[in-house]
Design a protein around this ligand. Structure first.
Ligand SMILES: C[S@@+](CC[C@H](N)C(=O)[O-])C[C@H]1O[C@@H](n2cnc3c(N)ncnc32)[C@H](O)[C@@H]1O
Length: 353
């Protein structure tokens, strides 16, 4: 029986399940979720083929990656390839992802995932089930997925390339830049890659644009903007990395981020202040209503309990005034790989009407 398999950060399965159920409810489609003991995964059963027709990873916060599994197969450890081929039936795809969950036991299966890649690809190509070529050029095509649950059990199926994540398990691994002031820099780098299509960077992230970074210190987010040639007003009572000041692109203002007002509209608002999420959501709503920024990336630190519900309340606080004033916008929220107990939100104001 087919099921939807969703990957999430271990510890966030409840939120991932809640959002899948909310999605199904919004589309009036039957879905019940199950959280397997392995961690980092949620399974959905019900009218899953109908859901898989519309489901898009970009519309989900806690779901990093997903696919439609056709069946769970028991594999002979001496010949896993044949078992997978048989289970895939007549399915074919333009790419193949071999995955495990992001939990402790799942990570132990990564060596197996790597070692089976070449023989499985070869066998799939020989059987005409894996088409050669650049998968990114085949936006309307599907990708085959194999998810190892342990050394002798896997879920096999497929996902639409255009509506699933471009990386296995939805994890975009980034290298820590040597001269960045903090690891937080990876959160913004991942957010930019996730939310802004590469071909739009030249006009949305261009040199001499202006950004305000609230809660900027020691400067990991400011660093990302500086690398792009953007000028940053870094607002924080803390110490900013002197190497950033030396670029001449950064102005440090030792002020409260909740009271700061820009002198004129800026291209980007960034905010990574450690604060109650609702307070940060209200601050973003204020910036948007005053038309102080074109785009914003903010981090919302989630509470310990009712994280999904609190996020919904925050989103309502941001979206409602925009909808009431007939201002069109694009909004994306993601629990990124480099996020911990937090999610990252991007909003772009498109204009009135
Ligand atoms: C998680 S750190 C930011 C890290 C930063 N994004 C980076 O990449 O280096 C949070 C920062 O928010 C600052 N902060 C907290 N409340 C603030 C407020 N009300 N106004 C300005 N800064 C604040 C803290 O001083 C701290 O430096």
């Amino acid at each position: 029986m087919a099921l939807i398999v969703a990957h999430c950060r271990p510890g966030f399965e409840t939120e991932c399940a809640a959002e899948l159920e909310a999605m199904a409810q919004a589309w009036d489609t039957e879905l019940t979720t199950e959280i397997p003991a392995l961690g980092g995964l949620v399974f959905g059963r019900g009218n899953v083929r109908a859901l898989a027709e519309q489901m898009d990873v970009k519309l989900l916060v806690f779901t990093r990656q997903w696919f439609l599994a056709l069946e769970e197969v028991e594999l002979d450890p001496k010949n896993r390839v044949d078992g997978i081929l048989k289970a895939l039936g007549r399915s074919s795809g333009a790419a193949l992802f071999i995955e495990s969950s992001d939990s402790e036991p799942g990570r132990e299966l990564q060596a197996l995932c790597r070692s089976i890649t070449a023989p499985l690809e070869q066998a799939l190509k020989k059987a005409g089930m894996l088409r050669e070529g650049d998968a990114s050029q085949k936006g309307s095509d599907q990708r085959l997925h194999v998810l190892f649950l342990d050394g002798s059990h896997a879920l096999v199926g497929y996902a639409p390339i255009a509506r699933s994540h471009s990386e296995p398990m939805g994890i975009r691994r980034l290298r820590m830049p040597k001269d960045a002031p903090s690891r937080s820099t990876l959160k913004l780098e991942e957010a930019l890659q996730e939310f802004i299509p590469r071909d739009q960077w030249p006009h949305r992230l261009k040199p001499r644009m202006r950004a305000v970074d609230l809660g900027a210190c020691p400067g990991g987010w400011t660093y990302q903007m500086v690398q792009l040639g953007i000028h940053v007003t870094a607002v924080d009572h803390g110490q900013i990395d002197p190497r950033l000041m030396a670029t001449g692109q950064v102005e440090h203002r030792a002020l409260d981020g909740f009271l700061f007002k820009p002198e004129r509209r800026v291209d980007w608002l960034l905010c990574d202040m450690v604060e109650k999420p609702m307070r940060v959501a209200q601050l973003l709503a204020k910036w948007l209503q005053n038309n102080w920024c074109r785009e914003a990336i903010i981090n919302l630190k989630l509470p310990m309990k009712k994280r999904f519900e609190e996020l919904e309340r925050c989103l309502d606080t941001i979206e409602k005034p925009m909808l009431d004033r007939n201002i069109s916008f694009e909004l994306q929220v993601k629990h990124l790989y480099y996020d911990r107990e937090e999610v990252t939100l991007h909003i772009r104001v498109l204009g009135q009407g």
